[in-house]
Design a protein. Sequence first.
Length: 562
Amino acid sequence: MTKDSGRTGRLQERLEVLSEIAAVADGRVPPESAVRAAATTQRAQGRLGHGAAHTVVALAGATGSGKSSTFNALAGRELAATGVRRPTTSSAQAAVFTTGSTLRADAAGLLSWLGVHQHAVVDDPALDGLVLLDLPDHDSTQAAHRQEVDRLVRVVDMFVWVVDPQKYADAALHHGYLRRFAGHADVTVLVLNQIDTIPPAHRAATLDDLARLVSADGLTVARAGVVAKVIGRDEGVRVMGVSARTGEGIDALRREITARVSAHRAFVDRIDADIDWIADDLQGALGACVAGAVPDRAAGHLGQALAGAAGVEGVTDAVAEAHRRRGVHAAGWPPTRWISRLKPDPLRRLGLDRRSQRSADTAGADDDHAVAVARTSLPPPSPVATAAVSTAIRRVVDDVSDGLPDTWRHRLGTVANSRRGDLDDALDRAVGTARLPTDRPRWWRVVGVGQWVLAAALAVGLLWLLAVFVVAWLNLPDLPSVDIGELPLPTVLTVGGAVFGLLLAGLARWATGVGARRRASIARRRLVAATTEVGRDLVIAPLDAELATMSRLHELVAQLGR
């Protein structure tokens, strides 16, 4: 593999990287950088499609600088109209140097891609492959002329800026173009035309002054008299003195251009310089800080805030209260159980009663496996809870964006809130599908049976005492008396059933209260886990994906360098 083919291969790799950057840059880098990356990729691929057989060199300059005269001098014939008072070039025209007098198809395709419709064929084997453009004046009073210059300087392979002794320090050239293309020194030549109007003793000083201005613009200036290298990187911008009128220096300029054309790599240098420009721009925009994934701590804080918005505390209170009431129903004193039924079940009121949605034949199974609730009856989040969610999301963004550029901070904030409208429904579904601990302890059945036995003893004792009272009141013969110790059996049954029933009910209530607190804690843990999962799906996952893309963008920009 030759060195030039290796550079072309590396250029293709860089363009592939730039293409990937352009695909993900929108919204993640400054808009002008994203547009430039996409446009450069498109232009470079278009230029590479026309191969290296031709080198496009643009002659550009201000009004009266003599670029059209220089154009004619290089072509060896009068192709462009010249003038000293007004701009005479209204649109770009080309001189295609070839062997013979026929325009080849590849040259015609390149001119069409450049959008240059005026051209002439110059039979010059020494410069075979050169496409020399005479651009309109970059300082023209006609906006269309300036736009044409701006369009073509983006796509040509090499710049030849023609200046004159009176206006070579013009700010329009230095600020508008040279500083803008400071990284393109290897494909730039500065030609001081009309050198014959400067006394010989002052020519070197004038060229040095022009070189000083060019260096101040950020371009590396090559040694005086050095012709472009054919192998290896060039040494910077050339500053040359010529006279299109007398022909002085034109041969040196032709040798400079001939060396570029013979090397067939000016287009690679130009595209590489464009990519270097973008790489420097992107590195400055991205900064040195690389964001990582959202930490679990931030996700946990977000889950807590979402739990508040989902009404988790109200649900856990309902789980505890429902357990207490169901404990009374199952293990309370039968004569007073009906009182607890006067109030609605807390979970049923919130639409979270799994048992009411299950078939009767599974009513006694473990409620941890109960069916999910499609929609709950929980109230919407309060303004305070909504504000807490916003604060939590903002805190997550702040945690992961510390030290990042403002563009990325804004982007991460937008991504974090991109699915904010789905949060309420997702939280409601999370609460509705959470496995609430509503199982019934087995000891309730044992206590319940005991309560019914004691209630039956109370009822038997009361009926027995009632019978004794009726017999005595009617003066009937006394009923047989059964005693336990010194106490009659009916009294023992009545007092024992009541006392032990109430005592057992009190113990059951205490044990049920302990179970209610434990189930409330379990419910809170499960509900917070469910709301945290919602936060991960709707906030954290998009953020992690965005952070991964940003990290990849950092890697791509690093790969873009050379």
